[in-house]
Design a protein around this ligand. Structure first.
Ligand SMILES: [Fe+2]
Length: 285
């Protein structure tokens, strides 16, 4: 990989960001290690966060929401979308890695084994489908990464806060107050989050799933809120109801990846039936 391509796509694969978050919140890690991870983090991951934090502006987010919000790129059923995401092959990954569809099934199977409601099992299956953005040539920094509100002051609890100094919104005074462009306690439904696979998928599925499932999808990477307790001044009573569900989902997102390969063919009929219970045969993407 050349230095130039490292700068353009700094992660060796999208999974590298997920791995980084899992490592950050590793329950076996001593507490004081949290602030030290920057020293041991691979330069590509740091570069990924630099690109994310300097380019996720309010204007960028609004443009992407407009561009993708029309949902007229493609029509696909959920299983078809899983297979489409599965075409995302990372050549720099070792062959032993599981495919995207296998990762999705691992998360869903862990939720199912824990006896959670069926809509939560379905949420586990689909929660990363927004990563199809990558197949439409979106850069890594606009697909994955910890998400955070834009249009208001960045919380120091966001990972690598120092990179925000180079974000153009840093120079816009109206975006640098605690509430920024928002009313206090307006609710996160009214707050624009940094753009990525979470926001995009929430747009695609919001009409079909319970509010708790949509919250799990939209906020699953919003670690500053659901894990670090930031941005309480923007939340409302509805968010307070959703937060425990988002937190309940998070361990399945973080810790269910293993090297054991799920049997896709054997599991497919159960999941096809579950998909059909909540979704039409085709969705607009
Ligand atoms: Fe995700």
């Amino acid at each position: 990989m050349s230095t130039e391509s490292l700068a353009i796509q700094p992660l060796t694969s999208l999974d590298e960001w997920d791995d980084h978050v899992r490592d950050r919140y590793d329950p076996n890690k001593p507490k004081d290690a949290f602030r030290q991870y920057t020293d041991t983090t691979r330069p590509g991951v740091r570069e990924f966060y630099r690109q994310n934090h300097t380019q996720q502006t309010l204007a960028f987010v609004l443009a992407k929401k407009k561009e993708y919000g029309t949902l007229d790129r493609r029509r696909m059923g959920i299983w078809e979308a899983l297979e489409y995401l599965n075409t995302l092959v990372d050549e720099s990954d070792p062959d032993t890695d599981l495919s995207q569809i296998e990762h999705c099934l691992q998360t869903a199977e862990a939720i199912r084994a824990a006896g959670e409601p069926d809509w939560m099992v379905l949420t586990g299956l689909i929660h990363d489908l927004g990563k199809v953005l990558c197949l439409w040539d979106e850069p890594q920094w606009a697909v994955v990464g910890d998400t955070f509100p834009v249009g208001c002051a960045w919380s120091p609890k966001i990972v690598y806060p120092e990179f925000f100094a180079q974000n153009p919104d840093h120079e816009v005074a109206a975006y640098q107050t605690e509430n920024g462009i928002y009313e206090a306690h307006c609710g996160l439904d009214h707050v624009h989050l940094s753009w990525g696979h979470d926001e995009y998928l929430s747009m695609v599925v919001r009409d079909y799933l319970p509010a708790e499932a949509v919250a799990m999808i939209r906020y699953h990477s919003c670690y500053p809120w659901h894990r670090e307790g930031a941005y309480a001044h923007l939340t409302n009573a509805h968010d307070a109801q959703m937060l425990p569900w988002v937190q309940r989902f998070n361990p399945f997102d973080l810790y269910t990846k293993s090297s054991s390969r799920p049997d896709v063919a054997q599991l497919r009929p159960y999941y096809e039936e579950l998909i059909a219970k909540y979704f039409p045969a085709e969705l607009r993407w």
